[in-house]
Design a protein around this ligand. Sequence first.
Ligand code: LLP
Length: 438
Amino acid sequence: WPMNVDRVGGELTIGGVSASDLVAQFGSPLYVIDEGDMRARAHAWKSAIDESFADLAGGDVFYAGKAFLSVAAARWMAEEGLSIDTCSEGELRTAIAAGVPGSKIGLHGNNKSRAEIELALQAGVAHVVVDSLAELALVEQVAGQRGQTAPIVLRVTTGVHAGGHEYISTAHEDQKFGLSISTGAALRAVEETLAASHLELVGLHSHIGSQILAVEAFQAAANAILALRAEISALHGVTVPEIDFGGGYAIRYTVIDDVPPAPLTYTAALAGAVTAHVVESGLAAPRVSIEPGRSIVGPAGITLYTVGTIKNVELEEGSRRYVSVDGGMSDNIRPALYEADYTAALASREPFDEQVRSRVVGKHCESGDILVKDVALSASLGPGDLLAVPATGAYGRSMASNYNMLPRPGVVAVSDGSVKQLIRRETVEDLLTFDEDA
Ligand code: LLP
């Protein structure tokens, strides 16, 4: 649960605002972000990097906007001293609209369009993270046409396999991202970058996956990328100035999940790897960066739903209560896509009467439309009650769809008893405006 959650008269309040007031004002389902919580997590990462790398060359935290981005959220991150990692024109333009200077924006992606590269160079981004040799050539061409030198970070794959579901694990060989160290693709990209006239090699990048608890996995990847830095120095006589260790730091979704390491535990481990590299190679310390997304906004968000139909399904092992709500896989695809587990709580009144094992499902026409597989909820639950699903701040709204022509829910931020709408709720009328024949 976000840090500013409480129960007042039995009812859940977030940032000092009651769940029923939020739904009365902004409708249901509704994404709610505890602004103070999100800012505190961003600040914790920034302080951890500053502390761990104070005696090295310092570092930056790029908030991974893919987890959740709005103009206000980008602005909060900038106010907390973070940069923004973007991976599309839309994310880039959101960061720019927030007034984030180009020097505090990064551009990612394995298939950037020419227009995206042009926009990034025009904005003067801190770096373009290049994912393939083909893209390197494209960036060289665009930079040349603009008469600019593009700051390049090469995304390499270290061979470290880590992370939750296979779909979110990214550093093994057989997947689309990065330039492989082991096959020599990474070194080849280094050579081509150094030889190009409009590219400057500013860094190396590795992102090994998402929802990773093991500090050792980050250390292993760090060792591999730092060894590459030493090899580049030996081969070409250049010291790569920056190393980006990516994101992927785990959060807790349910009470049975392990408690993830604190930011400082991760950054201290990374700093240990960098210190060893500096001692062994004799090279100057690199400036580092990391790209956490989920671990900043995930725990800060909850989704509110309104209960509708309730059904008991008789099974051999007993009955299961299916509680349907007014959203589902269109506002949270993660259970269907990654078999992700969530929990839920009765939000609109005292939840502590007799409990019944329940499954919270959405309103979509699919049996896999499950939000919470198994949770104990009040026996008296009925239509109109509000449920809160915590830890939905990351990859909820940002991966939402209009499946079954459902309008996407709005996003509000709560702080010290006040509410601010970040993204307004869509309406069916909005959706019909895209239909040329409606
Ligand atoms: N940096 C890069 C290059 C990434 O690809 C990602 C996530 C991040 C940073 C941020 O990772 P985080 O700290 O948020 O785990 N949609 C999935 C996860 C896939 C994320 C892809 N890239 C989910 O809902 O779990």
